[in-house]
Every structure is written in structure tokens, then in C-alpha cells.
Unconditional design. Sequence first.
Length: 476
Amino acid sequence: MKAEQDLYTPPVVRPSKKTKELGTDAQGIQKTMRLHHYLGDGAAQIALNSINGLIGMLTYFYTDKVGIAAATVGTIMLITKFINAIADLLMGRVVDVTKSKYGKARPWILWMALPALAAIILLFTVPAEASSNVKTIYALATVVFASAIVYTGIAIPFGSLMAIRTKSTEERGKMGLTRTIFGYIIGMIISIVLIPVTNILGGDQMAWVTVAVVLGVVSSIALVMTFLASKENNTGVNLVESDNVPFWESIKLLFKNKYWVIMLFAQLFINMMYTLNGSTGIYYTKYILGNEDLIGIMGAIGLIPVFLGFVLVGPMIKKFGLSKTARIGLIFGIAASLIRCFMPYSFVAALVLGGISTLATIPMMAVGGVLVNNTVEYGEWKTGKRLVGMVNSANSFGVKIGMGLAAAMIGWILAMGDYDGTLTTQPDSAITSILVLTVYLPLAIFVLTYICLRKYDLDAKYPQIVKELEERRNLH
């Protein structure tokens, strides 16, 4: 047993004098972060949400700007997301075995800066005059590059930084909230500004490429900022790594971690919601409300519940804890979505009830990554192996599968309704399909996510788990 402990238990890292000055959190765990660390850490979310948000808009771009059939787009999205899911698990293992002077996760943030710039631009340079087969192959290749390689190459290391940086749930909560704010700001900019700006620039493919260049440059700079502001030193705690754990054993250990499995499905469902919200609003405003430019107005008004959510989520976490805060938000989302089902054509209902639904997603958006990273300690406590990179693959794995299923469902459901992007007026069947995507399906997803989180009770156990892990190492 002692030999096994030697394998995975390195020397204790003692807190520095500066770290000691920060004190401990309410659970007695050493703090390690200051304001500039949170701000620098959050900047990388700009790149992630730029890629995420733009991929979410590709269905509209492909169908209405370059003439790819909706069903084909749906299939492309599904194929790429399953490739992404495999890439996530592989990247988790890569992070766990990476060794450089910058650490395990941090260097990947820097290495992905230029690829992120290229990936964002390539998404929109589809050869519009080429045959349908060429356009399909190009679209598939560039989406795979952007999501399976670049997004994954950022997301898994970025998620791992949270576990490596601190064990304090208070600091992880603040990191999660800061990341959410950065991500939501860029996400809302894309949601509100993308269509009006591209229309101002001419509404053609080149207009989309121009916007992509700007977002690509900003994303690249943001990644460099995160690299410069971050560090890997989890001071005051032991770092137990997984260098000696074979890949397939790591997979088996993950599925023995019940909270990892819960978060796998919770992240899958909630990211279906994010993709639907970010990708289908244009169809609702254009064909249900009759004016696609209303997407900007709805997005601007939708900032009110977003800001309210950011204000409320911090105090809610302090009062209710991480998982209960997320569940409370989901209950509000279920109620608002249920009421909206009885008035699906109402612009007022879309604004008010849609705003409540948006508010309902903020807590999960803020704490989802934290809930994932807290399973690192549970897995270590249960199995003796600390799988930081592999555990964080749950977050991105769920994101990718959820995004892929949602993107595919958008294309397939539109195709089932005989949607045709070249038509000014859609048939009734297409209108029904749009309502399914924007009104009825979100209700089901809220319910499924809530059911998952009902089983997540790690919050109450976490302080004792951390304490026992420290006692084990002290005995060693």
C-alpha cells in the first residue's frame, strides 16, 4: 500500500508568505488568488465563446448564405461533435501527461492562440461557388478543426487550471462566475450584433468573414492575456498527478466517479439549451415575428436578466451552496418555459418569459465548471488517483455532445418541417418546427438537467473529503 501511495503522492507544497496573507475561506481552505488573477483567467472565455457562438450561428450561415441544405448541416454538426467527444477524452489525457516549464495546462492556452485566430476565420471561407459536395467537405473539415482541435485544445486545459490553481470552493466559485461574465459578454455581443453588423456590411459571405477576422484577433489576444495572468502552483495543498495511470484505466476510474457521471449528463443537457438559445432566435424573429433585426432588440433587452443573474448568483452560492443554486435557477426555467408553451406566438411572452429562462441558466453557467472540478477531489478520495485533465474532459465532453445534438436537431427538425432558407414565407410545417426548437424543446431540457442535479450532493461532503485527503498525505 505504501508503494502505491508513493506512486501518486508527491511532497506537500507549503503556502508562500503572500498566499498566507490571503487567509482561508469559510471551509478553512487556503486562498491563493487576487483580483487580477480572476480577470486574467476569465479572458480565455472570450476565445471559447467566440468559437462556440459562431459555430452556433453556422446553421443559419450555411443554409441562408452559402446554400447548404439544412439536413446536411445537421448531419455535419452531429458528426463533428462525436469526433469532439473523443478528442475531449484524449486531450484530458494529454493535459495530465504534459510536462513543460509552464506546467501542464497553462502552456496549451498560449499554444492555441494562433490556431484560434485561423479556425474562426476558416469557418466562414466556404467556397460558395463550389459544388455541394465540396462545400459539405469544407464545412465538415473546418468545423472539426475549430471545435475538435482548437476549442478542445483550449477548453480542457482551461478547465483544468481551476483545479490546479486552487482547492477553495469559494475561489473556484469566483473563477466560475468571472469566466461566465466574460463568456456571456462575448456571447451576447455575437447574439445581438452579429446579424445587424453583417447586414450593415452587406449581408453577404464577405461580411461574415470580416466579423470573423475581428473576433479571431480579439480571441488570440485574450488567450495570451490568460497565459500571462495564470500560474500552476496550487499552494498549500498536495498535487497528486496521474502521469502513471494508463488511458483506459483513467476512463474506468472516471465512470466510477458518480459525480463526474452526473455532471457529464448535466453539462450535455444544459449545453443543448445554450446552443438552442444561441442558434434558433434568428429563425423565431425572422419567421414567427416577421423581422430578423428584432434579434438585436431581444438580445439587448435580454441583458437585463443576465446582469440580474450575475448580481444574484454570488449571494445565492454563499447562502445555498453550488448545486442548490443551480437547481433553484432550473426551477425558474421550468416554470417560465411551461407558461410560454401556452403563448408561443407572443412577442411579450418571448421577452418576459424568455428573459426569465435566460436568468434561469446563469447559475448553472456560473457553477457548472466548479461542480465538475470538485469531482477531482472526490475521485482522488475514492480511488487514490487525481485525474485533473481527464475529469475536466467531462465538462467539454458534455459541452460538445450537447452542442452537437442540439445543432443536429436544429437541422433535422427544420428539415422535417420542410424549411427552405431561400423562401421568404415558410410553410406551416416549418413554423411548427421553429416553435418546437424555440419554445417546447427548452422545457424538456430544463427538466432533464434538473433531474440530473437532484442527484449531486457533493457540496456537503466536500470539506470533509479535502480534510481526509490532507490527513492521508500527512500520515504518509
